[in-house]
Design a protein around this ligand. Structure first.
Ligand SMILES: Nc1nc2c(c(=O)[nH]1)N[C@H]1C(S)=C(S)[C@@H](COP(=O)(O)O)O[C@H]1N2
Ligand SMILES: [Mo]
Length: 342
């Protein structure tokens, strides 16, 4: 594959993971593994069924090679899954005319789930997969049974699938309900998040107080502000916009800053200890004295050349960026960080 044709396959705002490095995102293990795995198909079907893993594997198998795009900005090309097409499974149960949505439910502590319009799920050739690249799917990647939805952010592909429920009304999935992830999730349209959770006036008031601690402020626009000394301890700030903002000495300990925008922000001496920074953008940010101990940086960027202008973050020896934190960065990002830190 040429570099060009490869680039045509990477949606906006995504970067390729290093070869052979498939990150584990979200829950890492199912609720329990002692009871045998099975798959229930219930809801608006003519006949509910339960299939054992063996029964599932004995149905006609379909193999599909596809690209994976995670909302935290990593993509992985050409992964081959095999299993049973949702369409073929539903021919076993029959579908009532009232069935309009499909919910995929996990055997997991928080009852993780994701949903799609039934028509979309079928058109996208959703696969109830048991194998990846010719091997059983490993437990951290959702084995033994996982649904795989091509052409949608990977959060529509539920790990440790144990129930498929057909619904008349949509029921939002876990990330969609809890974190404001977009319910359509088309990576080519960058449908990452639903509309902001707070209105502009509330946002402005909060910005005045400089206290965001423990609040849910997903997608807040706090760009081009002076928020030096901000207390954002434990705040939920996915997709928040801090571009160009002064945040010297800000406390983001334990905050969720997944996909947050810190382009050109002043983050001198900011504290990110144990923060979730997956997919966050630090291009052009001043990170002298900033502390990244215990952070999760999958998909984060410290360097961009989007408009043909290279903009990198500023580090010095007071920046605390432990090797464990930068290990999962994209290769070009890691290269930049290592060079900039000397
Ligand atoms: N049960 C379950 N399924 C899940 C998640 C989760 O937290 N729990 N996270 C979703 C998200 S956001 C992504 S990107 C992918 C990650 O799959 P991976 O860990 O195999 O890369 O799983 C999706 N399915
Ligand atoms: Mo994701």
């Amino acid at each position: 594959m040429t570099k060009d044709s490869r680039e045509n396959r990477i949606p906006p705002g995504q970067q390729l993971v290093a070869p052979g490095k498939w990150p584990v995102i979200g829950e890492r293990l199912p609720a329990e593994t002692n009871t045998p795995w099975s798959l229930k198909i219930i809801g608006e079907v003519d006949k509910s069924i339960t299939l054992s893993l063996e029964e599932l594997r004995s149905l006609p198998q379909t193999k599909r090679t596809m690209d994976i795009h995670c909302v935290t900005r990593w993509s992985m090309l050409d992964t081959t899954f095999s299993g049973v097409l949702l369409k073929d499974l539903l021919s076993e149960t029959g579908v009532k005319p009232s069935a309009r949505f499909v919910s995929f439910l996990a055997r997991s502590k928080r009852k993780h789930a994701a949903s799609l319009a039934l028509e979309t799920a079928i058109n996208l050739k959703t696969l109830i997969a048991t194998e990846v690249n010719g091997e059983p799917i490993g437990i951290t990647h959702g084995g033994p049974i996982r649904n795989i939805v091509e052409s949608r952010y990977f959060y529509k592909s539920v790990k440790w699938l144990e129930k498929i429920e057909l619904l008349n009304e949509d029921r939002l999935g876990f990330w969609e309900a809890e974190s404001g992830y977009h319910n359509q999730a088309d990576p080519w349209a960058e449908q990452r998040y639903m509309a902001p959770t707070i209105d502009r006036r509330t946002a402005l008031k909060l910005i005045e107080t400089k206290d965001f601690s423990d609040q849910d402020l997903r997608s807040i626009d706090a760009s081009q502000r002076n928020l030096a000394g901000l207390n954002a301890n434990g705040a939920s700030l996915r997709d928040a916009n801090f571009s160009g903002t002064t945040l010297a000495g800000a406390d983001f300990t334990n905050a969720n800053l997944s996909n947050a925008h810190f382009h050109n922000a002043n983050l001198c001496n900011a504290v990110f200890v144990d923060a979730d920074l997956e997919g966050a953008d630090f291009s052009g940010a001043d990170l002298r004295g900033a502390n990244f101990t215990g952070t999760s940086l999958i998909g984060a960027s410290f360097f961009s050349d989007k408009l043909g202008v290279a903009v990198g973050a500023i580090f010095d020896k007071t920046t605390q960026l432990p090797p464990a934190a930068i290990e999962p960065l994209f290769p070009e990002q890691l290269h930049y960080v290592n060079k900039a830190m000397g």
